[in-house]
Structures are given as structure tokens and as C-alpha cells.
Design a protein around this ligand. Structure first.
Ligand code: PAF
Length: 274
């Protein structure tokens, strides 16, 4: 496995090879990422993983400086799951000048849910992913469904800008108790970690209510939020949406329920397709 820190090294390493399958990450890898890398490996051809903590998608009060940088450990794990090339540029390499050209995804998809609580987040994500695509020039890119809205925003970007890459979803990896794997789980204290699976359980509760024939989505959402609040969480949203575009659903639409909530200082997100 090679590690390229510059775009020039990356291009040299990829020269003459078939276009790779690509898994963009911010490092601090866990089993959820490794599952995406294995999935990329199954597609045949080279597998490129990028590791870049993207300042553009952090708000001033968020954890950019605190975000764990664990390159050596990440590389060991990536090698073990068949990654061929790691692209790990530093900020000066990817943003040699302030990044003033940016991708602005549509408000109706990107300013709701995560975008409402993290303004500018998807501008930062789209901008860096477009740039990474230009560097890596992949045939396929895999994004986990754990970040459901991110997946849809990026799929839309690729479609509307006619980027020559296929965007493929990866399933959410979960701990045995149901907690969706996330780099942020590492911030949880022992008691918080024990409580954390309640977010996934709240989503299951929403699913059960629909199965039982309840139809008032606002009531179901409010009840899930109230349950989380009673347990000490501070929920940002629990929201039932149309899977295809995250708009308010009409009868018969395939649904996804998405949630974001703070447990102590740690903000967790999760979702469930229903
Ligand atoms: O999901 C992530 O880790 C990031 O948002 C991504 C896609 C690597 C862009 O920085």
C-alpha cells in the first residue's frame, strides 16, 4: 500500500492504472469505514482512500482542532483490508490558497436537517469531495448511509454536474447493541456510551409506531424527541422524510427517519429506512 501526501505523488501512483474505487474519509477510522473499503475492494481494481480533515465543513465552534488525527493507525488498518493507495494531503496541499470557489448544493436538500443545525456544512462537504474527485478521478465512490443526507447531497452533485463517477451507498455498521459506528462515539464517557444505543432504539420506536398503523407523523416524531429528552438527550430533530429527496412524504412514499441529538457534549446522528 502506498501513501501519497501530494497531488503530484497521487497522480504518479495512479498513472497507467485503471480508475480506482474511492472511499473519502476524515481518518480516525473504525469498522464502519473498513466495511466501506472492503466493499470498494469487491468492485475490482485499485482502492484509494483519502484521509483529510476538511476545515471547510466545520463551524467555528465545532471540533476541528480536537478531531483525532491517527494516520499511522489508520494506514495499518487500511492495509489489512486491501486498500492500495492512501491519499493524505495536508491543508497547504489541498487548500494552498483560501478556497473561495465553492459548491453550493440546493437549499431544499442541503439547508434542512443537518444543514439547518450546521449551516454551511454541505457546502464544505461538496467542495472538498468535488476537489478530491478531481485529484483521484475515481470510477466509483462509496459513501456510508450513516450520513444519509450527505449521501443524497453528493449523489445530486454528481448527477447535476455530470461528474464521471458512480456514487454507491454503503450500509451502516453497528455495534452489537445497535449504536451506529461513528468517530464521535470515541468522545462518549462510559455512562454516555451505555445510553447511546437509545438513539437507534428511538428510530426503531418510530418504525414500530408506523407498523402499528399510526399515521400522524408529527405526533410520532414529537414522542420520539420527548422520550430522548426525558433520558437526558438534547435532540435537534427526529424527522420522517421521503427517502428519495428528504422532503415531507406523501402517502405511500418509501420513508427514512433521521435523528440528531446531543448526549452530553457529543452530537450523534442516525437514521433508519422504513
Ligand atoms: O463523511 C465524511 O467523513 C466527510 O464528510 C467526507 C465525505 C470525507 C468529506 O470530508
Amino acid at each position: 500500500m502506498r501513501v501519497a501526501h501530494t497531488v503530484a505523488d497521487l497522480r504518479q501512483a495512479l498513472a497507467g492504472a485503471e480508475p480506482p474505487a474511492f472511499v473519502p474519509t476524515m481518518g480516525n477510522l473504525h469498522e464502519g469505514h473498513l466495511q466501506l473499503v472492503r466493499q470498494a475492494g469487491e468492485l475490482g481494481g485499485p482502492v484509494v482512500v483519502s484521509i483529510f480533515v476538511n476545515r471547510l465543513q466545520f463551524q467555528p465552534h465545532e471540533d476541528f482542532d480536537r478531531y483525532p488525527r491517527t494516520l499511522a493507525r489508520d494506514c495499518e488498518q487500511l492495509e489489512a483490508v486491501g486498500c492500495t493507495l492512501v491519499f493524505a494531503p495536508d491543508e497547504a496541499e489541498l487548500y494552498p490558497r483560501p478556497q473561495t470557489y465553492k459548491v453550493h448544493p440546493p437549499a431544499q436538500l442541503a439547508d434542512i436537517l443537518e444543514g439547518e443545525f450546521r449551516p454551511g456544512f454541505f457546502v464544505g462537504v461538496c467542495t472538498v469531495v468535488l476537489k478530491l474527485f478531481q485529484c483521484v478521478q475515481p470510477r466509483v465512490a462509496i459513501f456510508g448511509k450513516k450520513d444519509y443526507q450527505q449521501f443524497l447531497v453528493l449523489k445530486g452533485m454528481v448527477e447535476q454536474l455530470a461528474l464521471p463517477v458512480e456514487v454507491v451507498p454503503g450500509e451502516t455498521a453497528r455495534a452489537p447493541d445497535g449504536l451506529a459506528l461513528s468517530s464521535r462515539n470515541g468522545y462518549l464517557g462510559e455512562a454516555e456510551r451505555a445510553e447511546a444505543p437509545q438513539l437507534a432504539l428511538a428510530l426503531r420506536g418510530v418504525q414500530a409506531a408506523l407498523k402499528a398503523g399510526e399515521r400522524d407523523l408529527a405526533v410520532i416524531e414529537a414522542r420520539a424527541m420527548a422520550t430522548l429528552r426525558q433520558r437526558g438527550w438534547v435532540p435537534d430533530y427526529v424527522s420522517l422524510r421521503r427517502r428519495a429527496d428528504l422532503q415531507k412524504p406523501a402517502a405511500g412514499d418509501p420513508l427514512v427517519v433521521l435523528a440528531a441529538a446531543k448526549l452530553g457534549k457529543t452530537r450523534l446522528i442516525d437514521n433508519l429506512e422504513i
